[in-house]
Design a protein around this ligand. Structure first.
Ligand SMILES: Cc1ncc(COP(=O)(O)O)c(C=O)c1O
Length: 396
């Protein structure tokens, strides 16, 4: 019998697995299932990026690369941060890994000791708490409140929760699952708290940075408070912005010493991400951002479609997301007809064949997340099904 590491009992399989399994079974039985549970754009990777990858293969750029990525890619990343945000990094302050996911994991694994705490605003991307636990740390959750402009951290609680064990605060805006963006004023409040606690580092997960609506721009906390530069680690990648989820390319920028440690860790695990993906990413990051503009404009229309259809025509509530391709709906008004968010998602799948992710997966029960990165006809079909489901729940 195989035996397992104790650390495996600390982490749980993705809470969406049971629902995904159910969706599979229903599909196998011939039911037409619409999945709004996906975490990736439906668009294809742009042609010019694919061509760069093909060229890399033809030019035999298919051997090992430096652990932290080829220099041209790291240069493209630093140039981009300077041009877009006036944030200056050297190529030694950049690491490239197999997706933003690995980069974030590496940063946590390279820095956390047992007992170290990581502050995570709730709702959160499903992977943060388990990554923290795998790295030996303790996740601590900050409540978010919605005052009409999306779920944002309770700043007083944030300050109260900081202690000598606090190692990181994770910021992820635009947020998965809510699509909320923090304003400069919000970031100012956070920065003022952090300036009082010099030992707290900031992990800014900016993976949805380019997907914003109504001409809003995402601000990084460093643009508001440059004094946080030495202790801020930015995680980003090409997955969401350029529809490149399968290429597995993410990057991080930060303190040279932390980057060195991350590179050492990566040199003993995956070594580096695919050379071909690296050349594709150079094309993405040095090309025009026409794809991002067009893709985001389409997503904005889809956001409006889904929010109008559900927020206005059911008892589901949602503050329209300012970015990302997710909407986070509250299903609390159906309590009594449903037991909880998992029950809501399970019944919706069984009765109407629509898959969504229950809010408890993100640490926030009584909500559910749906992705609107699907074609419009499918979204309209899904909205009709959800409307019918909600109507049938209350019986009229
Ligand atoms: C908030 C957030 N951060 C990071 C990632 C990692 O993305 P990737 O590993 O594809 O770069 C995701 C993916 O779903 C995400 O939602």
């Amino acid at each position: 019998m195989p035996t397992y590491a104790n650390r495996m009992s600390e982490i749980k399989p993705s809470p969406t697995i049971a629902l995904a399994q159910k969706a599979k079974e229903l599909k196998a039985n011939g039911k037409h299932i619409i999945s709004l549970a996906v975490g990736e754009p439906d668009a294809a990777t742009p042609e010019y990026i694919k061509l760069a990858a093909i060229k890399a293969i033809e030019n035999n750029l298919t051997k090992y690369t430096p652990v932290n990525g080829v220099i041209e890619l790291r240069e493209a990343i630093t140039r981009r941060y300077y041009n877009q945000k006036r944030l200056e990094y050297s190529t030694e302050q950049v690491t490239v890994g197999c997706g933003g996911k690995q980069v974030i994991f590496n940063a946590l694994f390279a820095s956390l000791n047992p007992g170290d705490e990581v502050l995570i605003p709730t709702p959160y991307w499903v992977s943060y708490p388990d990554m923290v636990k795998l790295a030996g740390g303790t996740p601590r959750f900050i409540t978010c409140e919605d005052n009409g402009d999306g779920l944002k951290p309770n700043y007083q609680q944030l300050e109260e929760m900081i202690n000598h064990k606090t190692k990181w605060l994770i910021l992820n805006y635009p947020n998965n699952p809510t699509g909320t963006i923090l304003s400069k004023q919000d970031l100012r409040k956070i920065a003022d708290i952090l300036l009082k606690h010099e030992h707290v580092q900031i992990l800014s997960d900016d993976i949805y940075e380019h997907i914003t609506f109504d001409n809003q721009i995402t601000t990084n906390i460093l643009e508001v408070e440059p004094r946080l530069y030495p202790r801020t680690f930015i995680a980003n990648g090409v997955s969401k912005a350029y529809a490149m989820t399968g290429w597995r390319l993410g990057y991080g920028l930060g303190n040279k010493d932390l980057i060195k440690k991350i590179n050492t860790l990566q040199s003993q695990t995956t070594y580096h991400t695919s050379s071909i993906s690296q050349y594709a990413a150079i094309a993405a990051l040095t090309g025009t951002d026409e794809f991002i503009k067009q893709h985001t404009a389409l997503l904005q229309k889809k956001r409006d479609l889904i929010v109008n259809a559900l927020h206005n025509n059911t008892k589901l509530c949602c503050t329209p997301p300012n970015g990302s391709f997710y909407a986070f709906f509250c299903c609390e008004k159906y309590l009594g007809k449903i037991k909880n968010d998992v029950d809501f998602a399970t019944l919706l799948l069984e009765r109407e064949g629509v898959a969504v992710v229950p809010g408890s997966a993100f640490g926030m029960p009584l909500y559910f997340r749906l992705s609107f990165a699907l074609n419009e006809d499918t979204l309209k079909d899904a909205c009709e099904r959800i409307q019918r489901f909600c109507k049938n729940l209350i019986g009229h």
